[in-house]
Structures are given as C-alpha cells and as structure tokens.
Design a protein around this ligand. Structure first.
Ligand code: KG4
Ligand code: ZN
Length: 353
C-alpha cells in the first residue's frame, strides 16, 4: 500500500464532497457532506436489537454486524445524496476512540474505497466529530463555545476556540453520564440502551421523589457518576416498593442537575459566546429542556443539535473529516485505528476573567 504524499495532496484544491463512515460502537453509519456543514445524506443502521438481549454491546457481534451492514449503508448514503461513487472526493472514517474490531471495519473500508476511487482518506477522532455536530445545523455559531459532550464513554466540558483548538475544562473521574444511565437501567431490568428508556420512563415519574446525591456539583468542573449509580442501587434495594418511574425521574434529575450546573458555570467563567450539547445523552429530554431554560436565564446562547446528530452518526464524521483535511491534509493509508484515541487539548483552560 503506498501512502499518498500529504504535502502534494494538501496543495490540491479542497475536496468538497466527503463520504463519512462511523463504526466505532454499535451504529453502522455513512453520510455524504458537501463542505463542512451541508449534509446531503445521513444513514444510520442501529444494531440495538442485536445487543439488547445481552444487556450491552458485545464487541464481536458489533464487528460482524458492521461488516455485513457497512456496504449497503454506504451505497444508500451515496444514492440518498443524489450522487454516484465517482462524485465522492474524500473518504473520512472514525479511527477512535471505540471498540477496536468495530473501528477496524470502518477504517479498512474507508481506506479501500479511497484507494479504489483514488481520493484522499482522512482519519477522524470520534470525540472531535461529536464536538463538531452543533456546527452541522448551526454553521454560523460564534466561537468560542463551551461544549458539554456527554456520551456512553465520555463526559467532557470543552472550550472550543476554533476547529482543532480545544481546551479541556472538566471530565468525568469515573463513569460517563451515558454509562450511568445504562448501568442504572440494567440494574432496574429496564432494557438496553438505558438512556432513552429512562428518559421515557421518567416522563411519568416525580423528579423530586428521591433526593439522590449530586456528586461534586459544587466542586470544580470534573464529574463523578459512579457514586450516584451506587446510591440508586442501594436505595432501590432498601425500598423495593418504589415506583420505577419515580426512581428514573429522580436519578435523571440528579444527573441533569450536575451537568447543567457545571456547563453553565463553565460558559460564564470562560465568557463563551454559546453553550452546545453533544453526544448521545444530549438527546435526553430533561437535559435539553433544562439547558434551554438555563441559557435563557443566564443570557447565554444555547444550541441543541437535533437528536439524530447527538447520537452516533456519520454526518458529524464527514464534517470533522472535511475540517481535518483543510488543517492537516489526508491521513496516510498506514494510519491505524486506536481504541483509546485522545483529543489533542491545548494546555490549560484558564477563566477569561
Ligand atoms: O454518543 P453515543 O451515541 O455513543 C457513544 O459515543 O458513546 O451515546 C450513547 C449513550 C448511551 O449511553 C445511551 O444510553 C445514551 O447515550 N443516550 C441517552 C439518551 N439517548 C441516548 N441518555 C439519556 N437520555 C437519552 N434520551
Ligand atoms: Zn459517540
């Protein structure tokens, strides 16, 4: 395999039509974007039904399902964009973080397509793609913004100064917010994935029914959800007659309370021009509602990507891929997948006061 010469490719006219591929976890997704924000198609094939009976994602099943689903999903994305394969000018794929087997399916497919179509390949960081999801629907967002990225594997508060320039404000010290939703749902035998199930159940419950702890709410910008999850487990064990909807609503209220409190404080302290949500948990109804209320009250402009852009999708991968191509040029074809790929943060996130 010959790696393209990044210097030569960087000098070529910027590709506009980017095919994005996302296979980091349990969604097989492909999308075609024109430029950084115009998504022409976005196809997501969820594997939820395959994993539900195991109560969580089984890595081997995920990899095999990606192999089966990816070719038709890519074909559908190209057709729905009203294009044909030869219109694609670059192929971007999530290279990490995620499940290694699952990532390799997407990265290998993307490199093969790039070779066959003779277009650049670009490796994308899944977290950077989530950070960028707000801009897909709101291209004119003023920077800097604070992004609260809450997914199954990550809980991050990030100051986004511009594309590729991020400062870490806070992160979880143990469980991610989505992980806490999934674990509580599993303990309560509610099904998988727990986030959307708890979200629906909580609508019939009283969020004040149980005063669950708000871990680290008033201490800095880091998060900790493991103790809250244990508090829910202990409370349910000690009070077996409790209404499940009340438990779900009270647990959700505690998570949302901590997330919103810190996100608002971060946006104010860093004088951000806006506050954005990203990641699967950003699809949560209560989080979305509270975020808008808090932004209105504090005079901060808040932005909520549509639910489809919060959960894993490939439009955000194509968009981040387009940006990465402008900044770095194509990725070499021997670039691998990395299950622990980190976001490159700039040093320190000092308050702008
Ligand atoms: O971003 P995402 O689709 O995948 C990862 O990169 O992790 O996030 C998945 C996480 C899961 O933990 C899922 O339970 C959670 O997002 N989630 C939700 C909701 N929808 C998805 N959590 C709370 N409320 C929801 N409506
Ligand atoms: Zn994700």
């Amino acid at each position: 395999m010959t790696a393209p010469d990044p210097a030569a490719d960087a000098a070529a006219p910027a590709p506009a039509i980017v095919l994005g591929i996302e296979t980091s976890f349990d969604e097989t997704a492909a999308a075609v974007n024109s430029g950084p924000t115009d998504d022409l198609s976005s196809v997501v094939s969820s594997q939820v039904d395959l994993h539900a009976r195991y109560g969580g994602v089984v890595p081997e099943i995920a990899s095999r399902a990606h192999v089966e689903l990816l070719t038709p999903v890519v074909a559908q994305a190209v057709v729905e964009a009203g294009l044909s394969n030869h219109d694609v000018e670059a192929v971007a794929a999530t290279a990490g973080p995620g499940l290694i087997g699952a990532l390799l399916v997407g990265v290998s497919a993307a490199k093969s397509l790039a070779l066959v179509w003779d277009v650049p390949f670009v490796a994308v960081n899944h977290l950077e793609a989530h950070l960028y999801s707000s801009f897909l629907e709101e291209p004119d967002l003023d920077l800097p913004v604070v992004v609260l990225l809450v997914s199954g594997g990550h809980t991050l508060l990030v100051l986004m100064e511009e594309f590729g320039r991020y400062r870490l404000i806070g992160q979880t010290l143990d469980d991610a917010a989505g992980e806490a939703f999934d674990k509580v749902a599993r303990f309560m035998d509610l099904g998988y994935p727990g986030g959307p199930i708890i979200d629906r159940l909580a609508m019939d419950g009283d969020p004040q029914a149980v005063a669950f702890p708000r871990p680290m709410r008033d201490q800095g910008y880091d998060f900790s959800f493991s103790g809250l999850k244990t508090a829910v487990v202990n409370h349910v064990r000690n009070n077996p007659g409790l209404d499940a909807a009340d438990v779900a609503a009270s647990f959700q209220e505690a998570v949302v309370d901590v997330l919103i409190h810190k996100a608002r404080k971060a946006a104010e302290t860093h004088r951000a021009k806006g506050l954005c949500l990203a990641g699967g948990v950003a699809a949560n109804s209560s989080l979305r509602e509270r975020m808008l209320d808090v932004c209105t009250a504090a005079g901060i402009s808040g932005f909520l990507p549509s639910r489809a852009m919060c959960t894993d999708n490939a439009a955000m991968v194509a968009a981040a891929g387009w940006q990465r191509l402008q900044l770095d040029g194509p990725s070499p074809l021997d670039a691998g997948a990395d299950p622990n790929l980190a976001l490159p943060f700039l040093a320190g996130a000092e308050p702008a006061v």
